[in-house]
Design a protein around this ligand. Sequence first.
Ligand SMILES: Nc1nc2c(ncn2[C@@H]2O[C@H](COP(=O)(O)OP(=O)(O)O)[C@@H](O)[C@H]2O)c(=O)[nH]1
Ligand SMILES: [Mg+2]
Length: 401
Amino acid sequence: MFELFKKKKAGDREPAVGRVKDADPAKEAGLEGKRLPADAADLEKVAEAPASAVGPAGPAQAQTQAQAQTQAQTLAQAQAQASSGDGAASTSGYGTRAAGSWLSRLKQGLSRTGQNIGGLFIGVKVDEALFDELESALIMADAGVEATTKLLTALRARVHKDRIENADQVKAALRDILAEHLKPLEKKFPLGYASPVVVMIAGVNGAGKTTSIGKLAYAFQQQGQKVLLAAGDTFRAAAREQLIAWGERNNVSVIAQEGGDPAAVAFDAVNAGRARGASIVMVDTAGRLPTQLHLMEELKKIRRVIGKADNQAPHEVLLVVDGNTGQNAISQIRAFDAAINLTGLVVTKLDGTAKGGTLAAVAAGSQGVRPIPVYWIGVGEGMEDLQPFVAREFAAAMVGD
Ligand SMILES: Nc1nc2c(ncn2[C@@H]2O[C@H](COP(=O)(O)OP(=O)(O)O)[C@@H](O)[C@H]2O)c(=O)[nH]1
Ligand SMILES: [Mg+2]
């Protein structure tokens, strides 16, 4: 049984339940080649079905709604705070919010690393001891051996070539070298090249997948995109409710199913997206650890089944990584990449106590990781707290500038 939720204005949710044909990926083989307009037509019927088709909310459901409501309130507060931020207008194209406030949050978040690295250059001579301390500081910041070695080699060469004798200039050189090093991870998220662009989102529990999808729904709408969401985390009712709440806040539809198969939800969302002329469909998934092999298999299946609804899809496969994860992030990225072939990363919670060096490790291909682009960074819980990754800004925050 499928539910479709479309929120037009506050208090106007229209849940409806109907039967969707051939959407059970347990019959995965049977789905081959079926790109059914009939499916889409059924889904539209579903959307128009009377709300009375929904059973009364049980206690469990009532509870998850209460949780979603609390989250919505927290979010509204965060937004109210965010919108009172100051600074220059954003040049990111992600809304009109002041740029100063999110940049200062990134700096605040990386302040430990910023102080550890930036502090080394105060009132010292440029000598071997400085390079030694810098090496330790980069390792402490989770940059890993490969990136640290590469950065220091480049820095020594530049100090030598440019005959730098002043510690402040060494710091400036390090900032530039770090920015160049991170630059290959900087990539604008492409839009509009498929109808719809299908984006699958994965990651461990609590990384910030659902929140990031909510923020992205907002950002994409700001850019004139028509967004559809798929509640592929069918594992927890609260997760579905959370995505639906984000959908309501953004006035976008959410394809959801009570329990059941996440691949089926994803499949139907792609078809519904095509039928409704959505420009982008984002598929949420349940959190999982790379060591939970059966759950990694499930993720592969979701990817395969999305491909049956549209053989070019998913166009983007994103891993959401908590910026506080440290070195373990590398093994997460490697494992998810091996399973579902990632096209991009979203690094969240960089407003907290993240060290930041992990991105330098990714850029260096540390421990065999592929240098996968970082499309966005999360710097808070509010709607506008997801910003494109800019290597230069990130490098500046890491050296405490
Ligand atoms: N401070 C901060 N919190 C975040 C950020 N992104 C997500 N969160 C919070 O992290 C928690 C888990 O997020 P959620 O989206 O539910 O994670 P999921 O399990 O991966 O879907 C929530 O409390 C979010 O508000 C971020 O960039 N900064
Ligand atoms: Mg979630």
